[in-house]
Design a protein around this ligand. Structure first.
Ligand code: FAD
Ligand code: NAD
Length: 465
């Protein structure tokens, strides 16, 4: 039996970052990955979805120039070769996953390709990529679980045939004429809008009373307007019953209980993801759980000594940058460094059109906590750069304590605002006050000026509104 100090199951952003950091710190480390290095994020999540969204945006832009463009541009009717688009996306994925492999090697991490099965908290067996033979038995001092999550299946709509998950939606062999999307959350809206821009007739079905129910209504409003602009029908407060016999339509229940048919060649089910806890012996450890997620403390320690868990396996928010930060921390803890996972904010970005960013507390969350707050909003209609980008829909909002002006949260919606998330997180992590941001020179003309103006406005000193 081979032994190591740290054994990591799962090579997604949580597991591979933990492995790289452990390698840098000189901790003997083995990483076991059953599918591809990079996990959900690089192979079938963050990166491929953003590639498809970009391609769809470019195609949609070209199509808009083929009409009457106020910019004075005109082009012949554009065409789309989806196979080449998918190949381009695959190329990006390959470059990134190859990069991860090289980084692991450079840092002395031993990578084993195969599915791991937990024997006990210090022993794991690896089925070396189904090569038959006896499984490899590995012993470790520390076991890090980073097995990620998987899509939730709806009982009446099992995946297969016309019913697809995000994984299939990110690699279409051809585009369907029509697509019904179940779930108006991150995936449903990001991919639903992309498909709409690629020319597919898209409809979205959501059980709650509005799209993006996890975000505040002011943030989702410009996205809703854009959906209308793209001709994407949204059916809120609808329940899904299943596919019509013979296919070709989704059966829905209207708020009043009446059954209606929604014609659709394909159905994308995007109703959330759940931690991957089955099929590899996790249950044998009898770890404390939080619902379906493995329960961890503020050091990502599970209820069993020297068994750690990070990323989607530990529940919400299921975001790649959270998994990476946790992985980084666990490696440092194992090296003996004193660390805790207590970020001021884990920013969240929804790559819809327009994009949405939240970092820290919303006004509602701050009020629920009992904070006495100031809040101010600066609209992109008053931002020169937004005008030159033809994207004045949206705003930046800041939330701060009334007594000492400590910034508690930022929210923004608008084109390109995902890139503001760095400024938002930094100001929160560094304990900035409104005066710090208001007094920082922001380059002109940039969308970032709206960040400064929101802070100025909260102080009653807005210059351009
Ligand atoms: P994963 O990335 O899921 O990696 C787990 C790895 O463990 C997998 O490679 C799996 O094969 C391996 N594994 C599991 N069990 C075993 C076993 N028994 N033996 C060996 N290997 C095993 N997040 C963002 O922050 N931004 C985004 O823009 C974003 N977009 C997304 C878009 C889509 C379509 C999806 C589906 C997700 C998106 N996410 C996004 C979420 C993000 O992908 C996850 O939060 C992130 O990948 C979680 O990382 P992880 O390391 O916990 O798990
Ligand atoms: P989600 O939780 O974001 O959205 C699911 C939506 O489906 C919700 O609006 C919910 O009300 C709705 N829903 C649930 N059951 C339903 C039903 N039976 N009928 C109709 N609607 C129903 O989940 P997702 O979009 O599948 O994404 C999964 C996770 O992946 C996200 O929570 C996030 O953690 C991650 N992700 C992140 C990004 C990003 O960071 N940009 C992008 C994609 C995915």
């Amino acid at each position: 039996m081979q032994s190591t100090t740290l054994l990591i199951i799962g090579g997604g952003p949580g597991g591979y970052v933990a492995a790289i950091r452990a390698g840098q710190l000189g901790i003997p480390t083995i990483l076991v990955e059953g599918a591809q290095l990079g996990g959900t994020c690089l192979n079938v999540g963050c990166i491929p979805s953003k590639a498809l969204i970009h391609a769809a945006e470019e195609y949609d832009k070209l199509r808009s120039y083929a009409g009457d463009s106020s910019l004075g541009l005109s082009v012949a009717a554009p065409s789309l070769d989806i196979a080449r688009t998918v190949a381009w996306k695959d190329g990006i994925v390959k470059r990134l996953t190859g990069g991860v492999e090289a980084l692991l090697k450079k840092n002395g991490v031993q990578v084993l390709q195969g599915w791991a099965r937990i024997v006990d908290g210090k022993t794991v067996e690896v089925d070396a990529a189904g090569k038959g033979g006896k499984p490899l038995r590995l012993g470790c001092e520390h076991l890090l679980l980073a097995t990620g999550s998987q899509e939730i299946e709806l009982p009446g709509l099992p995946f297969g045939g016309a019913v697809i998950s995000s994984t299939q939606a990110l690699a279409p062999a051809r585009l369907p004429a029509s697509l019904a999307v179940v779930g108006a959350g991150y995936i449903g809206l990001e991919l639903g809008m992309a498909y709409g821009k690629l020319g597919v007739k898209v409809s979205i079905v959501e059980a709650q009373d509005r799209i993006l129910p996890a975000y505040d209504a002011a943030l989702s409003k410009p996205v809703r307007a854009r959906l209308d602009g793209l001709g994407i029908a949204v059916h809120v407060r609808h329940r899904v019953r299943g596919m019509k016999d013979g296919g070709g339509a989704l059966l829905l229940e209207e708020p009043g209980g009446k059954e209606v048919e929604l014609p659709a060649e394909q159905v994308l089910v995007a109703v959330g993801r759940r931690p991957r806890t089955e099929g590899y012996g996790l249950e044998s450890l009898l770890l404390d759980m939080d619902g379906r997620a493995v329960r961890v403390d503020d050091r990502c320690r599970t209820s069993m000594r020297n068994v750690w868990a990070i990323g989607d396996l530990t529940g919400e928010p299921m975001l790649a940058h959270r998994a990476m930060a946790q992985g980084h921390m666990v490696a440092e803890l194992i090296s003996g460094a004193p660390r805790r996972f207590v970020p001021m904010a884990i920013p969240a970005v929804c790559f819809t059109d327009p994009e949405i960013v939240v970092a820290g507390l919303t006004p509602e969350a701050a009020a629920r906590r009992g904070d006495d707050i100031l809040q101010a909003t600066f609209p992109f209609t008053a931002n020169g750069r937004a005008m030159t980008l033809e994207s004045t829909d949206g705003f930046v909002r800041v939330v701060a304590r009334k007594d000492n002006h400590l910034i508690l949260g930022w929210q923004a919606v608008g084109r390109g605002v995902s890139e503001l998330s760095a400024a938002f997180s930094q100001s929160l992590e560094m304990g900035a006050c409104l005066e710090d941001v208001a007094g920082t020179i922001h380059a002109h003309p940039t969308l970032g000026e709206a960040v400064q103006e929101a802070a100025l406005r909260a102080l009653g000193q807005a210059l351009h509104a």
